[in-house]
Every structure is written in structure tokens, then in C-alpha cells.
Write a protein that binds this ligand. Structure first.
Ligand code: COA
Length: 262
């Protein structure tokens, strides 16, 4: 069965051979995520949980971009208000997904574009991928339980480097750190990832779900607690002058100046 649903604007879904493809399609803004896009993504994840035919979720962006993260203009004009905000509902859906989640990353994966990978079961990429966690650069703080999951995955020093300096790393470095499973050549990426997704969809589904849940259950409570605490602090930071300077600088196309802050 193949089903395509293009009703949701920049978020499209299609279903084939038990694999639900969720695609982020706003290339003119490097797939920056708006409130409506988070809502559409969450709806797609909820549908994946409900539909017995869906065995694997595959999340990807456009040919040259995964996502440049939260839309920074949205942060300025309609910032998230609390735990029920679209971005937090989406992160909850990703972190609590019962079905296996694969991410396929080409080009920039910024902010939530990288933190959501920490909740995926398999991450495949190509040589064009670039990962960045610029929360501090933006006067913000980590989200999606990344302050807990990232040091666990890559060690404290690498996590500090990624989070405090907010520098961009390439696919090779991401593979070395264990952030991604494999780096495929760009021309082959989709074919290779679909083959992996279909391989996983052909596995016994009950056993796949049980194994995923066993892999995650030891840290599930901690992840939920850290995510909630980070969310609270993130919103506080967003309202502060440091973040306002950083976001205004991005919108105005200039370098941010933090020299006035103590
Ligand atoms: N929010 C809103 N718009 C964004 C965006 C974002 N997160 N990321 C990119 N865009 C927009 C740019 O404003 C630009 O729009 P314009 O053509 O109307 O001016 C367009 O997408 C292309 O981006 P540009 O910056 O010109 O591309 P680049 O290749 O030079 O740089 C990035 C790519 C990802 C390094 C850069 O866009 C960037 O740093 N974006 C912000 C990432 C970010 O901080 N995300 C939030 C994390 S919490």
C-alpha cells in the first residue's frame, strides 16, 4: 500500500511497505520549523502510533537540508509559552515514540535538527551533513534533554565543546562521536536508507517495539524530567536580553554583540 498526503503544507507524509516517511519541505528557509510545522509533525507521529500498518517512521528534510531548527522569527514574534507549546509537544512525541524512528540527514541539522537525533533509533547521513547546537550562541540553553543525553553519548568534553562553543561539525566527526550510524554517499543516501527502513519494517514488529522500549526504559524518567526542566529554563532565557540580542542580530543580518552583558 502506498499513501501520500500533501495536505499539511511543508510537512508531507507518505506510506509504503510499512514505512511512514515524514518529510520537512520548506527549502526557502532551510526547513526552519514553525509552530504549524511542529503541529503537523506531532500529528504525523500520533498517526504512526495509531496505524497498525506503520512499522517504521522515517524523518527527513529536502535534498540539501534536514532543518535549520526552530524558525528564529517565530522565536521573536510568537515564542513558546509552556509545556503545551507545539515544539514541546513535538519533542514529547519524538522521545516517546513506540515505533522505531530513523532520521536521514543531508545538509544543515541545526538546534532541534540535531537534538531530535538523540531520540532516534537509527541515524543515517551523507557527506553534505552539518550538525550544530547553537543554543548558547543564541543566549539560550540546551533542549530535548540534550544536556543529559549528549554527554552520555559523546562524553562531557565533546558535549561541552558542541554546546558551549556551538561550532558546526561535519558528518565524519558526527560518525566518530557516535551521533550517526553511517555516512553514505549523497547520491546513494535515499536508496540505502529506504533499504534499511524496509529491512526493519520486515522484522517481527512486536519484538522490534519491545526491544526499542527496553533500550530506552532505563533512562525514560530522567529524559522526561530533564526535558521538562530544560524547557522551563529555555523559555526564561528566551525572554532575556542576551537571546533578544542574538535573535535580532540574526533577523537583521548582523553579528550579535554580547559585550554589554555581565
Ligand atoms: N529561522 C528562520 N529563518 C531561517 C532559519 C531559521 N532557523 N535558518 C535559515 N533561515 C532563512 C534565512 O533567514 C534565509 O532567509 P532569506 O533568504 O529570506 O534571507 C534562508 O533561510 C537561507 O538561510 P541563510 O542563512 O542565507 O543560509 P546559509 O547557507 O548562509 O546558512 C545556516 C545556513 C543554517 C548556517 C544559517 O541559516 C543559520 O545559522 N540559521 C539559523 C540556525 C539557528 O540558529 N537555528 C535555531 C536553533 S535553536
Amino acid at each position: 500500500m502506498t499513501k501520500t498526503n500533501n495536505d499539511q503544507g511543508p510537512i508531507t507524509t507518505s506510506l509504503d511497505k510499512g514505512v511512514l516517511r515524514i518529510s520537512i519541505q520548506r527549502p526557502e528557509k532551510l526547513n526552519a520549523l514553525t509552530l504549524a510545522m511542529y503541529d503537523a509533525l506531532t500529528a504525523a507521529f500520533e498517526e504512526a502510533e495509531r496505524d497498525d500498518y506503520i512499522r517504521v517512521i522515517l524523518l527527513h528534510g529536502t535534498d540539501n537540508c534536514f532543518t535549520s531548527g526552530n524558525d528564529l522569527r517565530d522565536f521573536a514574534t510568537q515564542p513558546p509559552q509552556g509545556e503545551n507549546s507545539p515544539v514541546f509537544r513535538f519533542l514529547k512525541a519524538v522521545s516517546q515514540a513506540k515505533k522505531p524512528l530513523i532520521a536521514m540527514v543531508s545538509g544543515p541539522a541545526v538546534g532541534i535538527g540535531t537534538t531530535l537525533l538523540l531520540h532516534c533509533d537509527l541515524v543515517y547521513t551523507d557527506e553534505t551533513a552539518r550538525f550544530q547546537l547553537p543554543f548558547v550562541n543564541l543566549g539560550l540553553c540546551p533542549e530535548a534533554a540534550s544536556s543529559y543525553l549528549l554527554p552520555k553519548l559523546v562524553g562531557h568534553l565533546h558535549a561541552s565543546e558542541l554546546l558551549l562553543l556551538g561550532e558546526t561539525i561535519n558528518a565524519e566527526k558526527a560518525a566518530e562521536l557516535g551521533l550517526v550510524n553511517r555516512v553514505f554517499p549523497h547520491v546513494d543516501l535515499l536508496k540505502q536508507v529506504l533499504a534499511k527502513a524496509e529491512q526493519l519494517a520486515a522484522q517481527p514488529p512486536g519484538s522490534v517495539r519491545l526491544t526499542k522500549s527496553l533500550l530506552k526504559e532505563g533512562q525514560a524518567r530522567q529524559v522526561a524530567e530533564v526535558m521538562s526542566r530544560e524547557g522551563e529554563l529555555f523559555l526564561q532565557q528566551l525572554a532575556k536580553p542576551e537571546a533578544q540580542e542574538a535573535i535580532s542580530a540574526f533577523i537583521q543580518g548582523r553579528k550579535a554583540d554580547f559585550s554589554q552583558f555581565s
